[in-house]
Design a protein around this ligand. Structure first.
Ligand code: ADP
Ligand code: MG
Length: 398
């Protein structure tokens, strides 16, 4: 896939109406009060929005929220987003009552350069997730140019993430530009050695990532729950740890493939195991493959921490996806924290992909020490799998 895409800076946007796809799928309070509990995604969209407004464009912003499945669900309205966005921009955000209906059309037609409006939740339209050309055409008809800045949605071929590009010139905003530069750069032409750290809960959800990174990385480090499937595959005792027995053969194949390719594959040498899946469980450190019955591995052990931190010390690039343990429990966050700290100290390009990994790095206080934390959970995974991203492929090449 070509990652070298035109951006807003390559276009003359003055006096143009710009349909801007954002990722405003923000978490809302469960009580239906319309309170946004984390406005990070709205803030992340500000640089592109501000640039377009400063350049004299009229911005028609749009986004999905949640899964209304083609029906109008008031609790999934983007109205609270418009209110927050207006506060952050310090200017009026005109809210449309629909996506491509009469209200949106009339407000878009009246929109002046330097003004911004927000369409309703794109998934209120049945055609959105089906990538219906009629819906895409209707959205496109309101604008002169399409700018995509919703990296979190580029792995979906929906009307507002990809379909509209059939009817309008399409370029990226600054968020997607950075994702393509940093992650795309690391995949296509990494500063070596390239070390991939892969953890999280399941091997089965990371197969695509492991497969792809085996082709390009110099070292692969395995941690988190998936390590126990590798351990069991090699005859280790894993007690009650997370285990995907169906994937043991695959795990052995990966070890063999790494050997054949000369990729260094590191597995845990010790583990912190607990007598229950609980924050206050009793715990002990045991050698990998020697977890007693009734115990489960919830973190990598101290010897493994040292091994893994040494392995990233002289890296040129580190790609990290998947926590090393159950970081949500402070007692079992040490492995994840040690790796985050090691990354914060290297001179390597450090890239964090995956929703929980990004949350872990943020929660542990290392976010501003990383080169790049991807804004897309599922999208960053598919990116690392080497898959074509429809919302990127549809943008104009440089
Ligand atoms: P990401 O979202 O970054 O791709 P995953 O979703 O694959 O990461 O995995 C994150 C989850 O894996 C976390 O909720 C974490 O608690 C869990 N996890 C990590 N190690 C273990 C383990 N040893 N046992 C059970 N769960 C684990
Ligand atoms: Mg996850």
């Amino acid at each position: 896939m070509n990652y070298n895409k035109k951006t807003v800076k390559d276009m003359d946007v003055k006096g143009k109406k710009v349909l801007l796809r954002c990722d405003f799928n923000v978490p809302m309070a469960k009580d239906g009060s319309g309170v946004i509990t984390d406005d990070k995604r709205i803030r992340a969209a500000l640089p592109t929005i501000q640039y377009l407004l400063d350049q004299g464009a009229a911005v028609i912003a749009c986004s999905h929220m949640g899964k209304p499945k083609g029906e109008v669900k008031p609790e999934l309205s983007l109205k609270p987003v418009a209110v927050r966005l207006a506060q952050l921009l310090g200017k009026e955000v005109i809210m449309a009552e629909d996506v491509v209906g009469p209200d949106a059309q009339a407000k878009a037609a009246a929109l002046q350069p330097g003004q911004i409006m927000l369409l309703e939740n794109t998934r209120f339209e049945k055609g959105e997730t089906k990538n219906d050309p009629e819906l895409a055409k209707a959205m496109a008809s309101m604008a002169d140019l399409y700018v995509s800045d919703a990296f979190g949605a580029v792995h979906r071929a929906h009307a507002s993430t990809a379909g509209v590009a059939d009817y309008l010139p399409a370029v990226s905003g600054f968020l997607i530009q950075k994702e393509l530069e940093v992650i795309g750069g690391a995949l296509a032409n990494p500063k070596r050695p390239l070390v991939a750290i892969l953890g999280g809960s399941k091997v089965s959800s990371k197969i695509g990532v492991i497969n792809n990174l085996l082709e390009i990385a110099d070292t692969i480090i395995i941690g988190g729950g998936m390590a126990y499937t590798f351990s069991a595959a090699q005859g280790g005792k894993v007690g009650d740890s997370l285990l995907e027995a169906d994937w043991e053969e695959y795990a052995n194949d990966m070890v063999k493939k790494a050997q054949e390719k000369g990729v260094k594959l590191l597995l845990p040498v010790d583990t912190v195991c607990a007598d229950a899946f609980a924050p206050d469980a009793k715990s002990q450190v045991v050698a990998a493959g020697e977890i007693p019955d009734g115990w489960q591995g919830l973190d990598i052990g101290p010897a493994t921490i040292k091994l893994y931190c040494d392995a990233v010390a002289d890296a040129g690039t580190v790609i990290w996806n998947g926590p090393m343990g159950v970081f949500e429990f402070p007692a079992f966050a040490k492995g994840t924290e040690a790796v985050a700290e090691a990354l914060s100290k290297t001179s390597a390009i450090t890239i964090i992909g995956g929703g929980d990994s990004a949350a872990a790095v943020q929660q542990l206080g290392y976010a501003d020490k990383m080169t790049h934390i991807s804004t897309g959970g599922g999208a960053s995974l598919e990116f690392m799998e080497g898959k074509e991203l429809p919302g990127v492929a549809c943008l104009l090449d440089k």
